[in-house]
Design a protein around this ligand. Structure first.
Ligand code: ATP
Ligand code: MG
Length: 549
């Protein structure tokens, strides 16, 4: 696990440990099983588990499963799988808020008995109206002053499924004029008739997050309950509930940190679900999504995700993180481990006219520019080769570094060639470029270098080139994400790789020189063509390829 830098939460814990050196630190990661985990959750997982590790404490995994309408066992399994993949080991068995439903029910009764909760018959819309706004104080519900006995009977009936969904709820009796809207008699329990994935048909009432979360924290002995900044006001309710229920001996404390916001993408599960429903992405593990399983299927490593979480740190400042930071992490992780190969993703044919068609010569190319022990491989040189379309230009600007008619370039690990003539097809499109090659291996003069593959040494493949899902950096703010979706977020190209790759049983990524890092997918196309995902392009140097990105 990566080490935690001293963020503000560590400083708080350090102080508390100074006061009480024997204090056992307990944290928890509490996903709601209503979708897959995303990279924002990874930030929370690393924070919670790093703290537990650093202070020799424990970190629970707790499924916050209080809404059977939205939750599903398939999400529980997917969440466990992704957490394991990230390398996080939760303490003992996974916990479920639903494990505490009976206790939570008893605590609700305790509040009613102490005249601190009541059954309300206003509907959701009315409750909202009665609550007022930041500028306008709330007003009491007409049902607020029922007797304790009546509240107990009605709550019991709610529990027994006598009333229909939405007709009644249990509310805390706090203060309808509080400056914190959350304290204006928040709902604690609602009626839901859906079957629950853990408790099946046992319950018709379900606790709200705010009621269940603090109690679950207290029951599990959590010391530091870390959540994101939008819960800052909910902290008042967290404290109120625990105090009124007499959890006064070392109650858990809530601390807030800033959420991860990433440019050009969405993380909200509700919005990801919208993209899936609209079939704009292929499920939760679509490589364009920043879900853990999406990143994994794109070819991201867990190390790169950890590195990223470490770099962004933990603060209280809301900010937007550039995708380039995440990309720099995966590049850094793949740079040293990925073997180099050549591939052409947008091919154009070159014929070398001064060698004959039977010329076969094997040249040696290093598998890694800096790691000698990764060895070399043989690459075939013959009279017909592919280069990238973008590496040939008739009338280039002065910064152009490719092949120009009448000029020379070096083929990587091979000879210097000169372009002499363009051949066109019926449609007046370039079909082939005629070149000559200088077979003198000892040319000292420096030329620009381009990558290439001999046609005889090439295997046809497909490349998935991914682009951002949204062109708007602040995609999460889009009113209509379906309209804002980038229809060019995946471009499929047919090109060529060195033949050797198709027989290699390598599971990790390759760097295709000058193009980027790629990984072979498990899928094959209809015609059995191998498909590669581009994990990330190479840095700025080769950005001229961005045209086809
Ligand atoms: P979403 O809004 O994406 O659906 P959520 O907050 O509803 O997320 P939960 O399953 O409730 O998702 O989150 C589990 C934990 O992960 C919570 O403690 C939450 O604070 C944290 N978390 C969720 N999103 C982020 C994020 N973007 N950055 C950091 N932590 C996050
Ligand atoms: Mg949530």
């Amino acid at each position: 696990m990566t080490d935690v830098k001293n963020n503000f939460i560590n400083k708080i814990i350090n102080r508390s440990i100074l006061r009480n050196p024997n204090r056992k630190i307990r944290t928890r990661f509490p996903p709601e099983p209503n979708g897959y985990l995303h990279i924002g959750h990874a930030k929370s997982i690393f924070l919670n588990s790093n703290i537990a590790n650093k202070y020799n404490g424990t970190c629970n995994l707790r499924f916050d499963d209080t809404n059977p309408k939205k939750e599903n066992i398939k999400y529980i399994n997917a969440i466990k799988k992704d957490i394991k993949w990230l390398g996080f080991e939760w303490y003992k068995n996974p916990k479920y808020t639903s494990n505490y439903f009976q206790q939570l029910y008893q605590y609700a009764i305790q509040l009613i008995e102490n005249n601190l909760a009541y059954v309300d018959e206003l509907n959701i819309k009315e409750i909202k109206q009665y609550r007022g706004t930041l500028k306008k104080k709330g007003k009491n519900s007409p049902f607020r002053n029922r007797s304790i006995e009546e509240n107990l009977i009605l709550f019991e009936k709610m529990k027994n499924g006598i009333f229909i969904e939405g007709s009644m709820c249990l509310r805390a009796k706090i203060n309808m004029k509080s400056p914190y809207i959350i304290l204006r008699d928040p709902v604690l329990y609602r009626i839901i008739f859906s079957e629950h994935h853990q408790t099946k048909k046992k319950w018709y009432i379900y606790p709200m997050y705010d009621f269940a979360h603090c109690i679950a924290d207290a029951l599990e002995g959590i010391t530091h309950s870390l959540c994101t900044l939008e819960f800052i006001d909910n902290r008042q309710l967290y404290i109120w509930i625990l105090k009124k229920l007499n959890f006064i001996q070392k109650p858990p404390k809530q601390y807030e940190f800033s959420k991860l916001n990433l440019e050009n993408t969405i993380l909200s599960k509700r919005k990801i679900q919208q993209l899936i429903d609209a079939k704009l992405v292929n499920g939760w593990n679509d490589p364009r999504l920043h879900t853990i399983s999406g990143l994994k299927s794109k070819g991201y490593t867990k190390n790169s995700i950890k590195m990223f979480c470490q770099k962004i740190g933990i603060t209280k400042q809301q900010n937007m993180i550039e995708l380039s930071l995440l990309e720099s992490c995966i590049r850094k992780d793949l740079n040293m481990s990925s073997p180099r190969r050549m591939a052409v993703i947008n091919p154009i044919k070159l014929i070398i006219t001064n060698i004959n068609e039977h010329h076969t010569e094997y040249l040696h190319a290093p598998n890694h520019p800096h790691i000698k022990k990764m060895g070399t491989r043989k690459i075939l040189f013959s009279n017909e080769i592919y280069i990238e379309k973008e590496d040939f230009c008739k009338k280039p600007n002065k910064d152009y570094k490719g092949l120009i008619l009448g000029e020379k370039v070096r083929l990587k690990y091979s000879y210097v060639i000169q372009a002499n003539k363009i051949l066109k097809n019926k449609n007046n499109k370039i079909s082939c470029i005629l070149c000559t090659c200088d077979l003198n291996k000892k040319i000292k003069q420096k030329y620009n270098i381009i990558h290439w593959i001999s046609i005889k040494n090439s295997t046809k493949v497909k490349f998935n080139l991914f682009n951002v899902l949204f062109k708007n950096k602040n995609a999460e703010q889009e009113n209509n994400i379906i309209e804002a979706y980038n229809h060019n977020s995946c471009i499929i190209k047919t090109g060529y790789i060195e033949s050797i790759i198709s027989s290699e049983k390598i599971k990790h990524a390759y760097q295709f020189e000058r193009i980027g890092y790629f990984i072979k997918t498990k899928k094959k196309s209809k015609h059995d063509t191998i498909i590669f995902n581009r994990i990330v392009s190479l840095k700025n140097k080769y950005r001229k390829f961005s045209k086809i990105n």
